[in-house]
Design a protein. Structure first.
Length: 320
């Protein structure tokens, strides 16, 4: 009886081992099959994303702007979301009755100056300059371009594409004789390196409610250095209404040489006046620029006079 009981226990133990081994093999096969399904699903998703990206790039190509490059991995020790999620703080409402003094000023920012290096150089990801950001926003339809500084006539995207572009006639030269055998047309694209200046239109006013002198930027215009008759002539490409592009400026960060964790945005640069510029025009009865009656160092001194007049006006409002 004892022998039979031991045999029964041995049989039960072998049966349990066989059952667990079979279950483990089946579970392993199931996991392997699931892995194959996951891999196949991932490959299908990648192919779908690739096709959708291609479709979107074609759509963007029709709009005249290519998609920005994106990193395939997290480029840092943490995910940076502050600037992508930053919202524009709306301006405080100004009542007409509280403004008893106002002066309209036009300035010129030269990106080749040392203080204005962020405007020209590609310091920030995804390696686009100040003009790249503005031009991309216009071509994508996110921001509207205007022909005039009064923001009356809109500029279609097709005309924006044609600015600085065209067709050049290039001679074809025989490599053996060195003689010109003919001419062929070649398409010329806009050279972004020729955009080195930006015109700013702004209003200075004194608010009685807060007893402060304030300034509001109204418009920005990129200036293209175009060669006409052998002479470099600065031509305004288009005008951008500044409140329209503030939301774009707020999401673009600027390189900070002191701390990479805390960077400014283009909106901070414009609102805090972290740029160098000189006055080229003030509101006047002739509607003329300073360059129309002065040039060289005299034009710079005239711009400084306008700036000092605004400073002295505010200073004289207070008693010490």
């Amino acid at each position: 009886m004892k022998f039979n009981f031991l045999s029964f226990l041995s049989f039960v133990a072998l049966l349990c081992c066989f059952t667990s081994t079979t279950y483990a093999n089946q579970h392993l096969k199931l996991d392997s099959g699931s892995g194959d399904l996951i891999i196949a699903s991932a490959m299908l998703d990648d192919s779908t994303n690739s096709s959708s990206i291609g479709d979107s790039s074609n759509g963007l190509a029709n709009g005249g702007v290519a998609p920005l490059p994106t990193s395939k991995r997290m480029n840092g020790v943490y995910e940076r979301k502050i600037y992508q999620e930053k919202q524009v703080i709306p301006y405080e409402h100004i009542r007409e009755g509280d403004v008893f003094w106002q002066k309209r000023i036009w300035r010129l920012i030269d990106a080749r100056e040392k203080m204005n290096q962020p405007f020209k150089y590609k310091f920030h990801f995804p390696n686009e300059t100040f003009f790249d950001m503005i031009h991309r926003s216009v071509l994508s339809g996110e921001v509207t371009a205007f022909e005039d500084e009064d923001f009356i006539t809109t500029l279609p995207i097709d005309k924006v594409k044609s600015i600085g572009a065209g067709v050049d006639t290039v001679p074809t030269i025989d490599v053996i004789t060195g003689e010109v055998t003919g001419y062929e047309p070649r398409t010329r694209e806009l050279n972004y390196d020729l955009v080195n200046k930006f015109r700013i239109k702004e209003d200075w006013f004194f608010d009685e409610e807060t007893s402060t002198m304030q300034v509001r930027i109204l418009g920005i215009s990129p200036i293209l250095d175009k060669e006409i008759g052998g002479t470099i002539t600065p031509l305004p490409m288009y005008w951008i209404y500044y409140p329209d592009i503030r939301k774009v400026f707020a999401r673009k960060e600027i390189f900070n040489p002191k701390n990479d964790a805390v960077r400014m945005t283009w909106e901070d640069i414009m609102e805090f006046r972290y740029f160098s510029s000189y006055i080229i025009k003030e509101s006047n009865v002739y509607d003329r620029t300073i360059a129309s009656y002065s040039n060289g160092i005299d034009a710079l001194l005239e711009g400084e006079r306008v700036k000092n007049d605004i400073f002295n006006f505010e200073h004289d409002l207070w008693s010490y």
